[in-house]
Design a protein around this ligand. Sequence first.
Ligand code: AMP
Ligand code: MG
Length: 293
Amino acid sequence: MQPAQLLKRFRINNGDRFDLAAHHTGDTHGVDKRAAQDLLVSAAKRIAALQDRLYAQQEWAILIILQGMDAAGKDGVIKHVMSGVNPQGCDVHSFGAPSHQELAHDFLWRTSVHLPERGRIGIFNRSYYEEVLVVRVHPQLLEGQKLPRELVSKAIWKERFQDIRAFERHLARSGTLVLKFFLNISHAEQRQRFLDRLDEPAKRWKFSIADVTERRRWDDYMAAYADMIRASSRPTAPWYVVPADHKWFTRLIVAEALIDALKGLKLDFPRIKAPTLKELQRIRKALEAERGK
Ligand code: AMP
Ligand code: MG
């Protein structure tokens, strides 16, 4: 099966009946590592060509959201999928624990200020979705958010999903295409990657003691992720649930999803109008006739 055809297996347009257990973390659908790596090289070239048009046209913006447990491969996706992209048209932002200033604002503020401009690709390495993930798993974090007490009730997660859906609909209506990826890694593969991080000096810096604390809450995280996908998958802002036990497969699927989305925008270079074209021809002639100094 072609990777482009595989996409619809992973894309959740409507989350109502979403079942995370039906999505296998180790799936590769018959693609092998070598083939995937070759396909990724050609996908990166196609992304670069499409990005040139996106940048020249300056109408659409692309927002890529990456979510997943620690070591799920978010950084690797950014490094490998975007390898051919012109850095001038691309911004990456990582969101960790919020600062005092960020906590003094509503929960969509800190990411809003980093939304991509028209013509650009913005990548969020974690996002406002942490507000219904880590904060849901550790509800005591809500206390630090200094919300008026009467606004915090049991309905808070449902309300946050409503706000996120409204926000993403607003982005879609303003010309920002939102693509969301949940990198679906298994508990066993995370263990292996943590061990690798501990063993290899070049990877050790990536390991944080907090990662093990979060790992202990694995089931709570999976429940929060499943609920998030159910509540916030829409045709205009789908979630892709990407098998993440094989990095090379994850990267290929994310690349193909980006290509599919960019192609759907029917991007083209801006057309030059006839009078300007004439003027350009005149300038060309003048340049040709110029003598070297
Ligand atoms: P890393 O991506 O490994 O640098 O880790 C960033 C950490 O920040 C993760 O443990 C996230 O869960 C945490 N984080 C991100 N956003 C928030 C948030 N809004 N509130 C609390 N913790 C967050
Ligand atoms: Mg981490």
